[in-house]
Design a protein around this ligand. Structure first.
Ligand SMILES: Nc1ncnc2c1ncn2[C@@H]1O[C@H](COP(=O)(O)OP(=O)(O)OP(=O)(O)O)[C@@H](O)[C@H]1O
Length: 312
């Protein structure tokens, strides 16, 4: 269990993490989401005692990191896959970690096998590692002490589709063993498949803490609208935005709308005399749910040119 209580970290006038209170429970994969700069990495660093909070607490199994007696056996983390000495081999890196924590060389063999690094790959110097091999080595390091709590920051970064699937299965099996698994990622389709639960941050604040399926269901259906008349479509978009719907434009002839119904869009198009070539409802994806949740909390927003705003 990871427990955050009014956790706050300021850098000058920026609140990177702002009074964050949430529990990350064992036995499930929790996806940690948020736009760039939302505070995910800072939160993970605070949990690991790499930064000191300005206020509040981050606890692992009820204790702050600095009070853990055998940290490697209580929490394992992959934060930066490049944080390995470039001249050191993967095996030497893990052996050094193991030796300084009273862990046997046999466990090094075990974790290398778990992450799929064979003898030859593990003998290479870290500078010769691909990004994917670096991620696997980082995960091997996180698993070394067989900890009940695991945190992976962007673990699928640089992995090929096989590697992505492997991470998904690993995360799910670690959670099924009753461990706490916290994973940050920007790949929404991947998180939709991997995470049972989501914690979503926006500008350092908690904006969702709910089962993945609920976050998606709450965002409702997405309505796709196509018209050969860009001006007419822009007028429909403006009216929908004014009524509180979230409108995204894909080019000048297509909109995706959440927070309304296909019926409402059809009536509006009829009222404004806009011919439609397509009007269809789809179950929302996590990608769309995420955009709706964080629309007004992104640091750098790209606004659709014709609709005059994507937020409601
Ligand atoms: N050492 C630091 N000094 C000053 N500001 C910082 C520092 N670390 C982070 N920040 C700021 O804190 C905020 C949160 O950053 P953080 O890296 O935690 O976000 P993130 O959600 O992990 O983003 P990303 O998805 O881009 O990795 C940002 O505004 C960032 O610029």
């Amino acid at each position: 269990m990871i427990t955050l209580r009014t956790l706050t970290k300021r850098f000058g006038s920026t609140a990177a993490v702002d009074e964050l209170t949430v529990d990350i429970a064992p036995g499930r994969v929790t996806g940690f989401l948020g736009p760039n700069g939302a505070g995910k990495s800072t939160t993970m660093r605070l949990i690991l005692g790499l930064d000191r909070p300005t206020a509040g607490q981050a606890l692992i199994g009820g204790r702050p990191y600095r009070r853990l007696r055998r940290p490697l056996h209580e929490v394992g983390a992959l934060l930066d896959a490049r944080a390995v000495h470039p001249a050191r081999s993967g095996r030497a890196h893990l052996s050094a970690m193991a030796a300084s924590n009273g862990i046997s060389e046999r466990r090094v063999d075990e974790v290398l096998a778990t992450v799929g690094l064979d003898e030859r790959a593990a003998a290479k110097p870290a500078r010769a590692f691909s990004l994917g091999m670096g991620q696997r080595l980082g995960i091997a390091g996180a698993l070394l002490g067989d900890p009940p709590v695991l945190m992976f920051d962007e673990p699928v970064n640089g992995l090929d589709p096989d590697g992505v699937r492997w991470i998904r299965q690993l995360a799910r099996s670690l959670a099924a063993e009753g461990r706490t698994v916290l994973i940050s990622s920007h790949l929404m389709s991947e998180m939709q498949q991997t995470a049972d639960w989501l914690v979503v941050l926006g500008r350092g604040r908690l904006i969702a803490d709910a089962p993945t399926a609920q976050v998606i269901a709450d965002s409702g259906v997405a309505v796709r609208v196509r018209s050969p008349r860009p001006e007419g479509l822009a007028a429909v978009a403006d009216r929908l935005t004014a009524a509180g719907a979230v409108v995204e434009s894909a080019g000048t002839d297509e909109l995706t709308v959440t927070g309304t119904t296909a019926e409402r869009v059809g009536e509006l198009a009829y009222e404004l005399k806009v011919p439609l070539h397509e009007l269809a409802s789809h179950e929302a994806s996590l990608e769309r749910a995420f955009m709706a949740l964080t629309a007004d909390r992104v640091e750098y927003a790209a606004r659709p040119a014709r609709t005059g705003g994507a937020s409601a």
